[in-house]
Write a protein that binds this ligand. Structure first.
Ligand code: ADP
Ligand code: MG
Ligand code: MG
Ligand code: MG
Length: 394
């Protein structure tokens, strides 16, 4: 990594121009850094004829914390290569990567300026009828096609090494599964709900189930996950949906990606009564979001089942009873990981705008308490809850 240096906007513009023909030879390029993410630099490079590209560059530390939290530059390679792998399988729903430079830890990609970040738009009360269907299609396709149903042993083992991603996985292991269940200094707890958070530190029954979910995260390499499937990693508009930000990708349990997506729709649903003054509006938003959760799981399950039935290469895994059990286990895992997401986004280090944007302190505390309660229920009851019962619980 001897050539590495964080880009100035000018250097980002040169990088974009060097690796793309979009701008032509003598164009006047302008670049600005505008990343609102937690970890990396993101530049938009434009010419004077409204063509534009995105340059995303990793920093040798986590941006949100600073240089005291060093972090591998290799995450840019993981991100570029997961997006490229997933993009080959499902080009409709993955941001296009044009170039990757390992020494500079920099990715040149498509500018999704005609889209909005799903989290921001959902908080503003916007509806996207196709969001859940598109994410269901994306996850069914990329997870199936990188799983043991189709990948032969040696190819899978080589890919697992390519995407072993230990440093970023460790962040998830800590923030998702460990910190919220103890009095950890990284936690970020609203003092009003401190007694609720403290209950988690003593809840050994819950902790046993979270330990199981963590063990599966560590040792169930079912498919090449996106790894950070929250609503801030999804760009959406009325007719199209694109996934970005795959630096946490690795071979892990399929339910982790599905559960992250479901968990973030649940957080938005629980935030509605605090985000919207008018109860009727809040209710119709909740109906829309619950409907998206339903469409997501039904779409994912139908497409994944069809793929298992029609495209499984390994003869052992062509057994239909095995396939039904596999999908049932993915559902249970998804509920468990969704529950973990609800809890860690409420009392852990990284919060979500859905809850943070609730202006009234009492309503914010109510929504946070509801997130902890629902999260606990999902984790503890994941082997007995069906989709209908999940929707009734909210
Ligand atoms: P981080 O890994 O730091 O979270 P993200 O990939 O999530 O970075 O990007 C941070 C922000 O940069 C996004 O929320 C979005 O506003 C912007 N961004 C990232 N990629 C693109 C893109 N391809 N097109 C347009 N904006 C983008
Ligand atoms: Mg050029
Ligand atoms: Mg991000
Ligand atoms: Mg990221």
């Amino acid at each position: 990594m001897s050539d590495y240096k964080p880009f100035s906007p000018k250097q980002a513009a040169r990088f974009a121009d060097l690796h793309s023909d979009l701008f032509g030879d003598h164009s006047q390029l302008k670049a600005e850094e505008f990343g609102d993410g937690n970890l990396n630099l993101v530049f938009r490079v434009k010419n004077n004829r409204s063509s534009s590209l995105i340059v995303k560059q990793a920093l040798p530390y986590a941006r949100c914390v600073g240089e005291s939290w060093p972090l591998t530059l290799d995450r840019a390679r993981i991100e570029a290569q997961v997006l490229q792998q997933h993009g080959k399988i499902c080009p409709d729903h993955v941001v296009e990567v044009y170039h990757f430079d390992q020494d500079l830890a920099a990715i040149l990609m498509e500018d999704l300026h005609q889209y909005e970040i799903a989290r921001t738009a959902l908080i503003q009360g916007k509806s996207f009828p196709l969001l859940a269907q598109h994410i269901a299609h994306y996850l069914a396709q990329v997870l199936f096609h990188t799983s043991d149903f189709v990948m032969t042993g040696p190819v899978k083992k080589a890919r697992q090494q390519q995407f072993s991603n230990p440093e970023l996985c460790l962040i998830t292991e800590d923030l998702f599964f460990t910190d919220p269940y103890s009095n950890h200094e990284r936690n970020n707890i609203n003092p009003t709900i401190l007694p609720e958070a403290q209950k988690l530190w003593l809840d050994t029954e819950l902790q046993a189930e979270v330990a199981q979910l963590k063990a599966d995260f560590l040792s169930k390499p079912q498919a090449l996950l996106h790894g950070d499937m929250h609503s801030g990693s999804i760009f959406v508009n009325a007719d199209s949906t694109k996934v970005i930000d795959a630096e946490f990708g690795f071979f892990g349990p399929i339910g982790f990606d599905c559960g992250s997506f479901i968990g973030n729709l649940l957080l938005c649903t629980l935030a509605q009564t605090g985000l919207t003054k008018d109860p009727a509006t809040a209710q119709s938003r909740q109906t829309y979001l619950k409907d998206q959760i339903q469409q997501f799981w039904q779409g994912f399950a139908a497409e994944f089942s069809q793929l298992m039935q029609q495209e499984t290469a390994d003869t052992s895994f062509q057994n239909s009873l095995y396939q039904q059990r596999f999908l049932q286990q993915v559902w249970q895992d998804s509920l468990g990981y969704a529950g973990c997401e609800l809890i860690r986004r409420t009392v852990g280090l990284a919060h979500v705008a859905d809850l943070e944007k609730i202006a009234d302190p009492a309503q914010k505390a109510n929504a946070e308490t509801a997130a902890l309660t629902l999260g606990r229920q999902l984790i503890l009851q994941r082997t007995s809850l069906g989709l209908e019962q999940l929707l009734d619980l909210i």
